[in-house]
Design a protein around this ligand. Structure first.
Ligand code: DQQ
Length: 526
């Protein structure tokens, strides 16, 4: 296998029965470098993929060095177009347009760059290396096209707004759609509507009282977002609350998860999120492996009923890989107990588990308004006994638990409410050294008096994606066990709190292998 580096998802779309995913890819190295291309994969079901020829490779003065991230917009008449960032011959970031060479090709393999590129160059006051990653464009009520570009200027991260009548001639709006002082350079912004009272998605141009808008920006190694109102007359995004630069800012995922991008899937009326998950080992390891970076499982995404945050869940098509179900109901986990979930391939599995907490009022008191949840998870890791918690799963574990990744909860009693903390602890994930074993953690916005604490965890060899509180808090981790691999991997449920918890229900499945990037859909290149 050639050395390859995969990063940001680019231009995901559904078109004429086919899902497309383009992505940042360095064909020459397992690491990031000059010469980035838009690689291209297609799928009929979001699960099994085949790879196609690269869609965009550096070739012209306006993208001589690299073809960086961007998005697809489907223009009226079902015509997809790409807007992407070119790194031009002078290493400036400019925005370019490309269209399919042959729209009747069902796979849209060849793309043609517009001869009038670039369409947008860094405006006054913006450095040539702070102007990138166009979003999917949307149409205003008067038919004008709008798009935002990630930037940083005057010590503010921002989404610079451009408008166009014809998608070719673009004019910068006097003010950014939104800017924030507590952020760095905005990479891969995403701006999209979400229904107020439905899990269905809506097309990107929808702006009416039945939706709210989400602004997502990638910086500081994480994907942050704010929810608010889009004022189409003033061309302003008015968030309910600004980014604060603290651990209370909402993140799409509280683990390793970056440069995410959504698209509207008109086949199933839903909005789907893709993201890049990078490695936890060193560059030297990546060179030796010959590759780095992967895409997370696509997630359906919608606004929580309470309207304050997003909810995410793996796309339903993933369930087709489920095999070999095992289950347990009403299983009491006494203090200190560890219970093996056997009968499935623990190295490639899907687990859904619900916990009952019969004596909630016994939970420890903590003033959680003042603390960083990730820090609590790190200090009070899975080996530290509490009252309600730690309880949860030990994934990719050796039989003797020397290697294990712990995904667990702790419940605290605050002033007039209960607080649910979710952690993903990688400290003991591998006997190998020189790995990033950062512990992740976040609160889960549920009231454990009203609903059970639930966890869904997807395990696939070196990636663990966890969804707490029915998808209200998501944490993705990359781990590389030395011993707990393939058939040597085990899965356990555990309770290291002094109070008992009951597994109300547990369902676990072995997961079949998806066909990933088979060339032309025929030959398996793994
Ligand atoms: N990766 C791309 C940029 C983007 C960054 C280059 C985010 O366009 O800002 O590969 O990971």
């Amino acid at each position: 296998m050639a050395d390859i580096h995969y990063t940001d998802p680019n231009g995901p779309m559904y078109h004429n029965g086919v899902y497309h995913l383009f992505y940042q890819h360095n064909p020459h190295s397992a690491l990031f470098g000059d010469g980035m291309v838009w690689a291209h994969s297609a799928s009929y079901d979001l699960i099994n993929w085949f790879s196609l020829d690269h869609a965009l490779v550096p070739s012209e003065p306006f993208d001589a060095i690299s073809c960086w991230s961007g998005s697809v917009t489907i223009l009226p008449g079902n015509k997809p177009v790409i807007l992407y960032t070119g790194i031009d011959a002078n290493y400036n970031q400019v925005q370019n347009l490309a269209t399919p060479k042959n729209r009747s090709d069902p796979l849209l393999i060849e793309w043609v760059k517009y001869s009038g590129n670039p369409l947008m160059t860094p405006p006054k006051g913006v450095n040539g290396d702070n102007f990138r990653d166009p979003t999917t464009a949307w149409q205003g009520p008067d038919g004008t096209w709008k798009v935002v570009i990630g930037s940083y200027s005057n010590k503010q991260g921002m989404a610079i707004l451009y408008q166009s009548e014809d998608f070719v001639n673009w004019t910068m709006h006097q003010d950014p759609l939104y800017s924030a002082s507590k952020t760095e350079m905005w990479e891969c912004p995403d701006f999209f509507p979400v229904s107020i009272n439905s899990t269905n998605g809506v097309d990107t141009s929808v702006a009416n009282p039945s939706v709210r808008h989400v602004m997502k920006a990638s910086f500081n190694s994480h994907d942050y977002y704010i929810v608010g109102t889009y004022d189409t007359e003033q061309e302003k995004f008015l968030p309910d609350a600004d980014f604060t630069g603290t651990s209370s800012d909402l993140r799409i995922d509280y683990g390793k998860f970056y440069a995410s991008k959504t698209f509207f899937d008109s086949k199933k009326n839903r909005r789907i999120l893709w993201a890049w998950v990078n490695e936890s080992d060193s560059s030297e390891d990546d060179i030796q492996k010959g590759w780095s970076g992967l895409q997370a499982i696509p997630r359906q995404i919608w606004l929580d009923r309470a309207g304050k945050q997003l909810v995410q869940w793996p796309v339903e098509e993933l369930n087709n890989l489920r095999d070999n179900q095992v289950y347990a109901y009403g299983k009491k986990l006494k203090s200190g107990s560890v219970f093996e979930v056997s009968g499935i391939t623990a190295s490639q599995a899907d687990i859904e588990i619900m916990f009952e907490l019969p004596e909630l009022e016994e939970a420890e008191f903590m003033d959680t308004s003042l603390v960083d949840p990730q820090l609590i998870c790190d200090r009070q890791d899975s080996s530290v006994t509490g009252k309600y918690g730690p309880f949860g799963l030990l994934a990719l574990a050796t039989e003797d638990l020397t290697e294990r990744t712990a995904i667990f909860f702790r419940i605290f009693r605050g002033d007039n409410r209960y607080v649910v903390l979710m952690c993903s602890e990688q400290k003991r994930s591998s006997l190998r050294n020189n790995l990033d074993k950062t512990t992740y953690g976040a609160f889960v916005d549920i009231d454990p008096r009203q609903e059970m604490v639930s966890l869904r965890t997807l395990i696939d060899h070196s990636i663990i994606e966890s969804f707490g509180g029915k998808g209200r808090t998501c944490i993705t981790a990359r781990v590389y066990p030395k011993l707990a691999i393939n058939n040597e991997a085990h899965l356990f449920a555990f309770n290291n709190g002094t109070l008992s918890v009951t597994i109300s229900s547990l369902h676990a499945w072995s997961m079949d292998k998806a066909r990933v990037n088979c060339r032309g859909g025929l030959e398996n290149t793994e």
